[in-house]
Design a protein around this ligand. Structure first.
Ligand code: BF8
Length: 632
């Protein structure tokens, strides 16, 4: 039994799991205790078959080097670059998948369309495409060609999406540092090559490689966001609900889990089409809910309820009320299938490269999207029939709030105050100190940290000091569940200055109350939206991103993707708080470069702190220093 320190809904479901003898991630974490110290420090090398070699950073003498002579610094920085490569490969794979789907759609081979011609035009113009006299389809075809060029060019020129989404000053800085990324796939090849046995043994060079990988990751993040907005629409602000209480025992509960809206948008469409079949099966209708980043994508564009963050993906199934959990790529726990087996729940995998034994596999491609989506929704309806009349337990816990804060939506709201210069009200209030600064919360829920409410407590401390919070990924689920995306949260948590600004903005936007103090900006790929916003603010002030009174935080990081996103932010000059510590502490060089030297290189800095109050205080001190340097 785990201690009763989780949030109410998670605890209720954990109790039910214990009662039913169902194992979850929290149990498995306990079984793993104590975890491997070498792994945590990053000093285990499995790259070649003379090993594995493990370096005890406190030992002296013979065991201080691997068989080949690699030091802890070399082993750690090689492993760290490989972690970032795993993350970037995920995001780049996602982006390329979207680009190829759009290409098929434009050729009439896939049932998708251009949903946002205005975004298409903005991206095309940014890419330098001549749009005059061309149809939307022709323009989109050129945008796709530019996207695919970033995976194949051999001319060494900066990638199209690097040029499109990187502010001039940062682009010049990367150029001077030799960090300009040209071909995203080539970066992955280079990284795997240089980290294989007997290659790069310079820890600083390897760390620069990690920054490069972060920049490559930024291509994936921004491209995915941009092309998804073109295909599915750019989000606008609207109401949402969050937490497992969004399940409805009387409806067909279809939980969409994973990352790529190419799948989830289709399922949503077919759920609406097959509503009648759901009713004919005895349900009151369909109930599509979102998990993890697919949940964020769907809530940002359509207000689909956010049912669960990653750590709740098994617990959601413990309700017994989920008829089908449909997955695509990334962050899908194999453990979900074991839980689903205890009920009538179907876990459905859809990607050829992400299969789980025990799950139902329905292959989903751009070409067969309609057929596959129809089959998946019908499978969920059949599962509902099997579930009808059986006991379920849905904790009646949910919070409401607002989501949909794309950069375009933010500018739209701010335009109501100053149509000629939308960012001016924000900048004026930053200068006046009403907004002390901003922090971006991103990343995952980590079972090692979740019980300390790291994310919520940090957010509360920062809001009280007039720091505006923007968020993506699973931290967005956590903060939504905590009620921090509601207008009421402004009254409850924001300091006086921030409260006044958000109230004025809410009034100008025609909302009945203030804007919330935490702005939901999307999924993990949508960290690109945050970077676009930072770039716009920096450009208006004519400073570098590293000069802004802002910071990032992955308060409960889990995935390699958080490492690659963090590397992008570090390359851009952002100070990034991380907990738990990345696997680098076994290397004195890596630790020093990331925490001490980097501010003098890109302006960014890694900052590790496990205590939520201290972490918030550290970020406040950082913001205060940036304000002082700006003379405000
Ligand atoms: O890409 S926040 S657990 S769902 S890695 Fe995964 Fe982490 Fe959730 Fe989204 Ni991001």
């Amino acid at each position: 039994m785990t201690p009763k320190t989780m949030d109410v809904a998670s605890q209720a479901l954990k109790d039910r799991a214990d009662k039913l003898g169902i194992e979850t991630g929290m149990d498995r974490l306990e079984c793993q205790d104590p975890q491997c110290g070498f792994g945590q420090l990053g000093t285990c090398c499995r790259i070649c078959y003379m090993g594995p070699c493990r370096i005890d950073p406190f030992a002296e003498g013979d065991a201080s080097r691997g068989v080949c002579g690699a030091t802890a610094d070399v082993i750690v920085t090689r492993n760290f670059l490989r972690e970032a490569t795993g993350g970037a490969a995920s995001h780049l794979g996602h982006a390329r998948h979207v680009a190829l789907t759009l290409r098929e759609a434009l050729q009439g081979n896939a049932p998708y369309r251009i949903a946002d011609p205005a975004k298409l035009m903005a991206i095309a113009t940014g890419l330098g495409i001549v749009t005059e006299g061309k149809s939307d389809v022709e323009i989109a075809q050129e945008v796709v060609a530019k996207a695919l060029e970033d995976f194949g060019r051999q001319d060494g020129l900066p990638a199209n999406w690097v040029k499109l989404r990187t502010p001039e000053k940062e682009l010049a800085m990367w150029d001077a540092l030799g960090l300009t990324v040209s071909n995203a796939h080539n970066e992955i090849e280079e990284a795997m090559h240089r980290t294989s046995g007997g290659n790069d043994a310079d820890p600083v060079n390897l760390l620069l490689g990690t920054l490069r990988m972060g920049i490559a990751d930024g291509i994936g993040l921004s491209m995915a966001t941009d092309l998804q907005d073109i295909m599915f629409g750019t989000p606008h602000v609207h109401g949402i609900e969050a937490n497992v209480g969004v399940l409805d025992a009387d409806r067909v509960n279809l939980a969409l889990h994973g990352h790529n809206p190419v799948l989830s948008e289709k399922i949503l469409e077919w759920s609406a089409k097959l509503e009648g079949e759901a009713k004919a099966a005895g349900a009151e209708g369909m109930n599509v809910v979102g998990v993890c980043c697919t949940g964020n994508e769907l809530t940002m564009r359509h207000g689909v309820p956010m049912a669960a963050h990653n750590l709740q993906s098994e617990l959601l199934l413990v309700t017994g009320a989920v008829d089908a959990m449909v997955t695509d790529v990334q962050c899908i726990w194999p453990g979900t299938v074991k839980v689903a087996e205890c009920f009538d729940t179907k876990v459905i995998t859809t990607e050829a490269n992400v299969k789980i034994p025990g799950a139902l596999h329905v292959e989903f491609t751009a070409e067969n999207a309609d057929e596959a989506a129809e089959k998946i929704v019908r499978t969920a309806i059949q599962a509902f029939k099997a579930r009808a009349g059986k006991a379920v337990e849905i904790p009646q816990v949910k919070a409401s709030g607002l989501a949909g804060f794309s950069v375009e939506a933010i500018v739209e709201v701010l335009s109501k105050v100053d149509p000629a210069d939308p960012l001016k009200p924000v900048i004026d209030n930053i200068v006046a100190g009403n907004i002390f600064g901003a922090v971006a919360f991103a990343g995952c829920p980590n079972p090692k940290i979740r019980t300390s409410e790291m994310t919520e407590i940090m957010a509360q401390d920062l809001l009280a000091k007039n720091v505006l919070i923007v968020t993506t990924g699973c931290t967005a689920h956590i903060l939504a569940q905590a009620g921090m995306m509601s207008p009421d949260a402004t009254e409850k948590y924001a300091g006086e200055g921030l409260k006044a600004v958000l109230t004025a903005l809410g009034g100008a936007a025609g909302l009945p109350g203030p804007l919330p103090p935490v702005w939901h900006m999307g999924s993990c790929v949508d960290n690109s939206r945050i970077v676009t916003l930072l770039g716009a603010l920096a450009a208006q002030l004519d400073v570098k991103i590293s000069d802004l009174p802002v910071a990032g935080s992955a308060p409960e990081l889990v995935q390699e993707k958080a490492i690659s996103i963090g590397a992008w932010l570090l390359a851009l000059g952002v100070t990034v708080h991380l907990a738990p510590a990345p696997h680098v502490l076994g290397s004195p060089v890596a630790t020093k470069v990331l925490t001490v030297d980097l501010p003098g290189i890109t302006g960014g800095r890694a900052y590790v702190e496990y205590d939520p109050h201290k972490a918030a205080a550290g970020l406040l001190a950082h913001i205060a220093a940036k304000r002082t340097a700006l003379g405000i």
